[in-house]
Write a protein that binds this ligand. Sequence first.
Ligand SMILES: NC(=O)c1ccc[n+]([C@@H]2O[C@H](COP(=O)([O-])OP(=O)(O)OC[C@H]3O[C@@H](n4cnc5c(N)ncnc54)[C@H](OP(=O)(O)O)[C@@H]3O)[C@@H](O)[C@H]2O)c1
Length: 291
Amino acid sequence: MYLVTGATGGLGRRIVRLLRDRGLPVRAFVRLTSSYRELEERGAEIFIGNLKSDRDIQKACQGVRYVISAHGSGDSPEDVDYRANIDLIDAAKAAGVEHFTFISVLGADRPYDDAPTFKAKRAVERYLQESGLRYTILRPSGFSSNLLPLAEQFRRTGIYLLIGDPDSRTSIVSTDDLARVAIDSAAIAAAHNQIFAVGGPEILRRRDIPKIFGALLNREPLLINPPLLALDGIRNLLGLFNSKAQKNLGTLRTLLAHEFYCTHEEVQRVEAVYGFKFETLESFLRRHLAI
Ligand SMILES: NC(=O)c1ccc[n+]([C@@H]2O[C@H](COP(=O)([O-])OP(=O)(O)OC[C@H]3O[C@@H](n4cnc5c(N)ncnc54)[C@H](OP(=O)(O)O)[C@@H]3O)[C@@H](O)[C@H]2O)c1
């Protein structure tokens, strides 16, 4: 039995679908308010709980062989990115889980102290490495599936909003490829007790993304490109009445202010270990947008 947290998220949903396509048993950890019907219809066992409860986490781990931690935090990184993963590692160990796959983030090893999610991921990585559990830590770049709603908006309006430096480099990973890597990590010996940076096969400039949209959707892009200072202004204003939201915006600011891409060597390493070629952003979009 696989346990997948964040099973209704962009990545988690794909992991559950792929496990079911392979006929494998999976328990999907979902909230009562999540939209989980599709997962149930595909034959996943639904576990309703909240990752803020260690009791729920302990119950969910019973009878599980493989854990894939793929949840995101929304607005509470300390509780969900950090605490829930620590509880999940402890519960997995107590339940005799064989392998723990943790979805971290590219750049988790950089000292971004203004970014609560990066701090939490860094601490969880360390805890997992010292836990004695067999693990794989995946540090992905931005997900291609995040771009689908932006591409749909672009299809209607031609507009693409890009905050910050349009020349900064990025790798976009196919969320479908990442789901495959997350699942296969338990079975591939060369992935055991390893950390992988996981990005798509090309290093893009952020300004290339609207160009790819334009070529696929046959529309001239209209780029709206406010400077990062605009976000800082909003953040400072927000801090006057919501300091938690101000703090959490630090993660977004970090993502916009720095380059996040995988080197060709890093891509080749993952492709060699997992035995397949990663798809480009264009290929992912072609498959998912009705073009
Ligand atoms: N998106 C990216 O570009 C990116 C890049 C690098 C790394 N990552 C990492 O990859 C992982 C997956 O990201 P994603 O974009 O697929 O996430 P996502 O779409 O934001 O989904 C988050 C998931 O976590 C669940 N969740 C949040 N709080 C919960 C709680 N208290 N109890 C139970 N479930 C809870 C959500 O459930 P609901 O449906 O109920 O809200 C949802 O299923 C995250 O760890 C993220 O940090 C993402």
